[in-house]
Design a protein around this ligand. Structure first.
Ligand code: ATP
Ligand code: ZN
Length: 360
């Protein structure tokens, strides 16, 4: 058989196969056929019924998208940082919210056992784009990344009260620069050029910025910049590198962000609301302490003013005439001032307990 005949037989075989395929009205499955017993859920999705021969063939690729879209509506996808400064606190926060899942040491992707949530472990810089594109619904990252570049359809939902740091402007210790105005015409090295430029622009000072992705502190020593703008929490890295802080550009903490379309899908809106109740419950509990104290009955009006509690303090009589037991909650950020006031009006035997969750 010559090459022409071989080509003719091959073409006839193919045409017959396609005609048979299109004419068939049976439900069937596509298979990747990579190996016997292939179990790929995506490739084995059923093809929609074909009516006559005019309906175009559904392709495995389209089905894959459909399948993923369908899955997406049944659970929320959350992106968090893998192996960075925010990771441990984020895992801790999620677990305090009652979520059970494997951590990134085992996988890059984990499904919660007790909530329809899938966790994706990624680089923090990629989280805004993943959320913006809808690849994930929500993400946890440092606010600093949003200040630097915030995709239009990404919104902040919650401050999470960890990952505190500040974008700090610093100069070498021996530098003559004393105020930000002295940096006019100078070069600032930073991972956050937009934030730095905006800061100087607001202050009417013209500077050059140079973007450096890591070890920004070394830039003045290398002679590429006269100052740096870098994230600091304790300031010890600046000191270690003979740098002197000049001023703070902004404060940052970990935040929860969402794609603004997440709430427009009803199933996702419901899931997000449930998740937010958990997250807020943990945050409120962290913000308050439960306090029990003894007090003479006559100081009760003063106590109520100092610690109004959530609605009002709980009062019960003590076994001692004229004395009360008072139970209330105190805000963490004014904790010591409140305790001092309570003591000064006559409260005693003050016991403070942590609150695990608080649903307001
Ligand atoms: P990745 O490998 O995920 O890109 P990274 O090196 O960019 O990580 P990290 O150094 O792990 O980022 O910091 C992650 C986040 O931790 C920062 O974006 C910031 O929000 C927060 N953070 C808290 N304290 C500090 C600090 N002292 N220095 C830098 N970031 C801090
Ligand atoms: Zn990063």
């Amino acid at each position: 058989m010559g090459p022409r005949e071989v080509l003719f037989y091959c073409l006839s075989f193919l045409i017959c196969h396609v005609v048979f395929d299109v004419a068939s009205n049976e439900r069937e499955v596509f298979c990747c056929k990579k190996y016997d017993g292939c179990s790929s859920a995506v490739e084995h999705l059923p093809v929609e019924k074909r009516v006559g021969g005019s309906t175009p063939l559904s392709r495995p690729r389209d089905l894959k998208k459909e399948y993923i879209a369908n899955m997406n509506n049944k659970s929320l996808k959350l992106a968090i940082q893998k192996g960075g400064r925010l990771t441990d606190d984020t895992l801790d926060f999620l677990r305090k919210s009652g979520l059970e899942f494997e951590s990134y040491t085992q996988k890059l992707f984990a499904s919660c056992r007790n909530f329809p949530l899938e966790i994706v472990y990624v680089r923090d810089d990629d989280i805004p784009d993943y959320v913006a594109s809808g690849s994930v619904d929500i993400g946890i990252l440092g606010q600093n990344l949003l200040y630097e570049e915030r995709p239009a359809n990404v919104k902040k939902l919650l401050n999470l009260r960890y990952g505190f740091c500040a974008l700090t402007l610093a100069v070498p210790k021996e530098s003559g620069v004393q105020a930000i105005a002295d940096l006019s015409g100078k070069t600032i090295a930073t991972t956050y050029p937009n934030s730095t430029k905006n800061f100087f622009k607001k202050n009417g000072i013209s500077v050059e910025t140079i973007k450096i992705n890591g070890s920004v502190e070394i830039a003045p020593t290398l002679g590429v910049a006269q100052a740096i703008a870098d994230l600091t929490s304790t300031g010890s890295t600046l000191t270690l590198n003979d740098l002197r802080p000049l001023t703070k550009i902004y404060d940052s903490e970990a935040v929860l962000i969402a794609n603004d379309k997440t709430s427009s899908v009803e199933s996702k809106r419901v899931l997000l609301e449930k998740l937010m109740i958990r997250f807020k419950g943990v945050l409120s509990a962290q913000n308050y302490k439960y306090v029990m104290m003894n007090a003479p009955a006559e100081i009760l009006p003063k106590l109520k003013k100092i610690t109004p509690g959530l609605k009002a303090p709980t009062i019960s009589p003590l076994a001692k005439e004229g004395w009360l037991s008072v139970q209330t909650v105190i805000k963490e950020d004014t904790f010591w001032e409140t305790i001092e006031k309570l003591k000064s009006v006559g409260a005693s035997g003050i016991i403070v307990l942590p609150i695990e969750k608080m649903i307001l």
